[in-house]
Design a protein around this ligand. Structure first.
Ligand SMILES: *[C@@H]1O[C@H](CO)[C@@H](O)[C@H](O)[C@H]1NC(C)=O
Length: 529
């Protein structure tokens, strides 16, 4: 995933990679969310990640492209370590059968492939879910509380909803009031206080970013809905694409598992189903579904924090079906392996087909940047700042980390009429504290963002065969632009059958879908020395 997954979401680029780039190299893009006026993103979260680069900056070389992939590999590693704790807890309480099914679901899932190496608070919360569920199942309650707090304070405040069943377990079932209060206070002292200090330092005024994001989402009149609303089916389709049959099994856990257990109990008086354990373990997922499926503004990443629970619920459902079948066949509740083998095979084939489709369709946009490094190695760019421009493709820019030193992204005009991100106006703290001009919170266009296309040294564009006034096909202007590199990239608009587009079938995939060219162009008029 670290090497093959694309940067799926422009929020990841402009809200996280770019501020990190600003922090490390004194330059980068920001969104209005980083303006001290709104201050709804946390610098503490960015600082935490800047620590990951110390090892790299200190001991290895300074190629930013390597730093980028290095950080993504650390994400993959951290994800694995959290999954191990989760696996341990599940195997301890649910037994090896459930744990092994869970492992297969996690390893093969497309959802894990896309989420595990993303630089997003939702991914951070997903790590948190793995860890806190694992710790909870292992009865390490204090660490579980701290993990939920870390997800909510450093990552994303809404993730605290996942901790409700844990709190219910500790407060109502176990009645450990003082214990709970104590560890919440520890969390406040060790996490909320430092992030308050860090955020206030960077914004230059007292800021609790997690509080701001809550108030923005809950109390602003239009809230986040100006960024598009989707019907309920969005999450169902998305969940199916990412976890296919496992997603359907997870959604139906609440029906299938009680029915199966009741049948077994009725037939076998001595059997005590682990209902308490199961209820506590799947409750966080259903709470999340209740909250997020009903919000008008929907994003794929909003479900990342429950990916671990989707895998767990579906493993529990598969294991319960095995148990029921085994009970009827042999009059004992044993696990019948072929059921798991069958479901997991289907799951694995569909998942890999989906992950392959994503890679083959979209990796092109990440492939152009090494070419710029080859050019930077040859040319003398120490005196000029080299301009790499993007127009309509601005939202597919992965990160300034992929650009060589002295290269910078500039935006040119396109048909897009919303608000674009802008650069921090000054390096370092001066940039993060300044109230940037030309920002609004209503997603309106700001013309001051654009540079003139003649001033660009390079251009990154997607040739999908159509053009318009502000989006000409630059590669056809042969007097102005030379194609340095081009890679196939799926044209979603033209590949109308979403099924052919969504899943990879060898050969068929290329036949049935339309591909355009993702291009790196070099200016013929504005030459590098
Ligand atoms: C990354 O992949 C997604 C599909 O998961 C696609 O919608 C998006 O445009 C791609 N982004 C880039 C930067 O290639």
């Amino acid at each position: 995933s670290a090497l093959m997954n694309n940067v799926t979401d422009c929020d990841e680029t402009y809200n996280y990679w770019e501020p990190l780039h600003h922090l490390l190299y004194g330059e980068g893009f920001q969104t209005w969310e980083y303006s001290p006026v709104y201050a709804i993103r946390s610098w503490a979260y960015i600082c935490l990640h800047s620590m990951l680069t110390w090892a790299h900056l200190g001991f290895l070389n300074e190629n930013k492209l390597l730093v980028f992939y290095f950080i993504r590999m650390i994400f993959g590693l951290v994800c694995t370590l959290c999954e191990i704790q989760f696996y341990k807890g599940v195997s301890l309480r649910f037994g090896n059968n459930v744990a092994r099914i869970l492992l297969a679901l996690m390893v093969l899932g497309t959802g894990m492939f896309i989420s595990s190496t993303a630089f997003l608070p939702s991914t951070f919360c997903m790590f948190g879910t793995f860890l806190f569920m694992g710790l909870w199942l292992q009865e390490k309650l204090n660490l579980a509380i701290l993990t939920v707090a870390a997800s909510a304070i450093i990552g994303w405040p809404f993730s605290v909803a996942l901790g409700i069943p844990l709190a219910v377990d500790i407060l109502i079932r176990r009645r450990k009031y003082w214990f709970f209060t104590k560890w919440c206070l520890v969390a406040i002292a060790t996490m909320l206080l430092p992030s308050f200090l860090i955020d206030s330092f960077f914004y230059g005024k007292p800021v609790i970013a997690s509080l701001n994001i809550l108030t923005y989402n809950v109390f602003t009149e239009h809230g986040p809905d100006i960024y598009g609303t989707e019907p309920l089916s969005y999450y169902v389709i998305n969940g199916f694409l990412n976890f296919n049959v496992a997603f359907l099994l997870a959604l139906s856990t609440i029906v299938i598992v009680p029915i199966c257990e009741v049948i077994i109990v009725l037939k076998h008086a001595g059997y005590r189903p682990p209902m308490l354990l199961i209820s506590f373990s799947i409750a966080p997922m259903y709470i999340w579904i209740l909250i997020f499926f009903t919000r008008p503004h929907k994003e794929e990443r909003f479900l990342f924090p429950i990916y671990p629970l989707i895998c767990l619920s579906s493993a529990v459902t598969i294991a319960t079906l095995q148990k029921l079948y085994g009970f009827f066949k042999f009059h004992r509740y044993l696990s019948v392996q072929w059921i798991a083998a069958l479901v997991l095979t289907i799951y694995g084939v569909i998942s890999l087909s989906r992950s392959f489709a994503l890679f083959n369709a979209y990796h092109g946009s990440m492939e152009l940047y090494p070419k710029l490094h080859h050019i930077a190695d040859k040319a003398d760019t120490s005196e000029t700042t080299v301009r790499v421009c993007m127009g309509k493709e601005w939202h597919r820019f992965p990160s300034s980390f992929l650009l060589p030193n002295n290269f910078t992204l500039e935006l040119i005009r396109s048909e897009f009429k919303g608000q674009l991100p802008a650069k921090f106006e000054a390096p370092g703290l001066e940039g993060t504290r300044a109230e940037p001009r030309h920002f609004n919170d209503e997603n309106l266009e700001e013309k001051s963002r654009y540079v003139d296309v003649e001033t660009c040294h390079f251009l990154i564009d997607f040739n999908h065969g159509e053009e318009s006034t502000h989006e000409p096909i630059y590669s056809q202007q042969q007097d102005n632009w030379k194609i340095l590199k081009e890679v196939d990239f799926l044209i979603s608009k033209k590949s109308t059958s979403s099924l052919h587009r969504a899943f990879f079938v060898p050969f068929y995939f290329y036949e049935r879908n339309d591909f355009g060219k993702y291009q790196l162009l070099q200016s013929r008029t504005n030459l590098l020395k």
